[in-house]
Design a binder for this molecule. Structure first.
Ligand code: DC
Length: 227
């Protein structure tokens, strides 16, 4: 009999890692749609942990309290909606205060460990497109295609600014740019699972590419891999 690990590792995964607002989420869902695969938005799990910490009044500086929140997350993904303890928090977790707290709690190895199996459980046939920071390095190191998606910080801040405005949030571009630089720095310099390209990842710079062009670049790499 095959172990769960054996059969899961045959399910193909495309990992898309990169800094905040590099377009990973959009590209991942378009690629998944094209292939008929599922998606994993791993950042959402860190954001949900951050929101859980706030809701429970847990101490964000206390590793064990935060890891407990991560282990016990009562979360449900339903299409584009995300529920925490039965409440639709899809919009709330996209706010910048939650993104910044997510980046802070993501530094703790115990929190990362608590979320590991939950992420791997998304690997189901016919395939998975997973986006985050450590999808290709830690969570799915055997993924047959790993993309590292980058874009200039100014281009990313503009994109995030537009996204937040469209959702009706009031934002300031200069603050956003500063927060983004700080987050990049923290995500890339932490000791546990920092944001780095896996040695076998293909880097795509989307600064001058449209969404369609970026999606096409990923799909082309996938065809070549299979080819
Ligand atoms: O991708 P995002 O902006 O939604 O992620 C929010 C934060 O969560 C990010 O600043 C760092 C953390 N994160 C992580 O450490 N590892 C991941 N695989 C995904 C997100």
């Amino acid at each position: 009999m095959k172990s769960r690990e054996d059969s899961e590792s045959r399910v193909p995964v495309i990992t898309i890692d990169g800094p905040t607002a590099s377009g990973k989420g959009t590209i991942a869902s378009r690629v998944a749609e094209h292939l008929g695969w599922a998606t994993l938005d791993s950042g959402a799990l860190y954001r949900l942990t951050a929101l859980g910490v706030l809701q429970d009044g847990a101490n964000a500086e206390d590793v064990e309290s935060v890891a407990k929140v991560a282990r016990e997350l009562d979360v449900r993904f339903a299409g584009d909606s995300i529920f925490l303890k039965g409440e639709d928090v899809s919009l709330r977790i996209r706010q910048e205060d939650i993104g910044n707290l997510a980046s802070r709690v993501a530094v703790y190895p115990e929190v990362r460990e608590a979320l590991l199996e939950r992420q791997r459980a998304f690997r189901q046939p016919p395939g998975l497109v997973a986006d985050g920071r450590d999808m290709g390095t830690v969570v799915f190191p055997d993924a047959p295609l790993k993309i590292f998606l980058v874009a200039a910080v100014e281009a990313r801040a503009e994109r995030r600014y537009k996204q937040l405005k469209e959702k009706g949030f009031s934002v300031n571009l200069t603050d956003l740019l500063e927060d983004m630089r700080a987050r990049d720095q923290r995500d890339a310099s932490r000791a546990s699972a920092p944001l780095v390209a896996a040695p076998d990842a293909i880097t795509i710079d989307s600064s001058g590419l449209s969404i369609d062009q970026t999606v096409q670049a990923v799909l082309d790499h996938w065809s070549t891999r299979q080819g």
